[in-house]
Design a protein around this ligand. Structure first.
Ligand code: SF4
Ligand code: SF4
Length: 379
């Protein structure tokens, strides 16, 4: 689900509380009165905890199960619960992601901790493959949103992407179950769709499925190591799809969660002033991806390519900021930004096209679009 995590994207704002809005409003005002994006360090209004990078699937566009999981190991349960406590800050909502979080047998315990420390709302990103087992059922009832991956309604095509025969049928059946039982579980279901050059036509079927079931869908282009897939640039078919999505959004003829601004930026691969401090990402071993996931992941890839063997991996060399070493996330972030500042790639985002950073940035830079073009307009 990691790649699809990028699509936490357009926040469904129905379940945001007063504290979440207060933090968003504070960040919006601060951004409006600070002239240079490079000077803006904001209080994160979203935290992502990658429960594990391991996964029960092996999607064609994802290197997390093969690469990240090999080096970045999860902590044991008590240490993980301590991380969750340190992550909490009033007004921050939480996404539990992966890899596939549901392969952690202690996930219900972790989610219980997330609730008891006060995180709201809580999102669970999952590929939905094992959501029907005991861990899955025990986890769902502890979250507010379940974000599931759905890239195609054609099972053989999607099986090829998932690289697990029969997986897509099982996933669709689990998603249908979740949708039917959403009231019983007290959750909202969100669909995340990754657009690849091969799956452009598949998107229409997914939207039809979501419309039929009244489920919001977030859509985003696949990235290759945090960069746009070059095959989607100057791709007429992709551009037409984005145009169609924009039209559907304007006409409210489909439950598209992504805001208009976001859809237009994705269509045009346009530049934006990135505000990476809005989202904090904590990895399974407690490392914090500073200043953002694309740059931390890039450093990580270069570092491991120079190792002779996985045993030589020293996480502190590549991720100097680990939440285990700090009393709480705020003190870690304060020290990290004091030492590192913000990345130079701000205002140069054609080198990076992570929708996960595009969306929170839009939320504070284009507040009206966030409020009126997001999920509220469909709800
Ligand atoms: S389901 Fe697993 S393999 Fe597929 S994108 Fe998510 S983490 Fe990667
Ligand atoms: S543009 Fe991309 S690489 Fe640069 S700060 Fe934002 S998320 Fe990070």
């Amino acid at each position: 689900m990691a790649k699809k995590t990028n699509l936490i994207a357009e926040f469904p704002i129905r379940k945001l509380g007063v504290r979440n809005f207060r933090r968003w409003a504070f960040n919006t005002v601060k951004t409006a009165i600070t002239s240079n994006s490079k000077d803006i360090i904001l209080a994160p209004f979203s935290s992502v905890f990658y429960a594990t990078f391991a996964c029960n699937l092996n999607c064609i566009y994802c290197d997390h199960p093969d690469v990240r999981a090999k080096y970045i190991k999860k902590l044991d349960t008590p240490k993980t619960l301590s991380l969750i406590e340190k992550m909490y800050s009033p007004g921050t909502f939480l996404t539990i992601s992966g890899g596939e979080p549901l392969i952690r047998t202690d996930l219900p315990e972790i989610l219980q901790k997330c609730r008891s420390v006060g995180f709201r709302p809580i999102f669970l990103n999952t590929n939905a493959y094992s959501i029907d087992n005991e861990i899955g059922k025990g986890s769902i009832k502890l979250v507010d949103y379940v974000s599931v991956s759905l890239d195609s309604m054609d099972s053989s095509k999607w099986d090829n992407t998932l690289r697990r025969p029969g997986a897509s049928e099982r996933i669709v059946s689990n998603i249908e179950h979740l949708i039917r039982e959403r009231k019983k579980y007290g959750i909202e279901v969100l669909v995340n769709t990754v657009i690849t050059p091969e799956s452009i036509k598949e998107v229409y079927g997914v939207i039809e499925f979501c419309a039929k079931n009244s489920v919001q869908v977030n859509l985003g282009p696949v990235d290759v190591h945090g960069m746009p897939d070059s095959r989607l640039r100057n791709n007429e078919e992709f551009r037409k799809l984005m145009q169609d999505l924009i039209k559907m959004k304007k006409e409210r003829s489909a439950p598209i969660a992504s805001s208009l601004k976001y859809l237009e930026q994705v269509r045009d691969f346009s530049l934006h002033d990135c505000l990476p401090s809005l989202v904090t990402r904590v990895l399974p071993d407690g490392s914090v991806a500073i200043p953002c996931d694309p740059l931390a992941a890039d450093r990580f890839r270069k570092y491991i390519s120079g190792l002779n063997s996985p045993e030589d991996y020293n996480p502190r060399e590549i991720f100097p900021y680990n939440l285990q070493d700090y009393p709480d996330l705020n003190s870690l972030l304060k020290e990290a930004y004091q030492k590192e500042g913000l990345p130079l790639c701000v205002r140069n985002t054609d080198k990076c096209f992570m929708p996960c950073h595009l969306t929170p940035t839009n939320a504070v830079k284009h507040p009206l679009d966030f409020l009126f073009s997001g999920v509220l307009s469909w709800a």
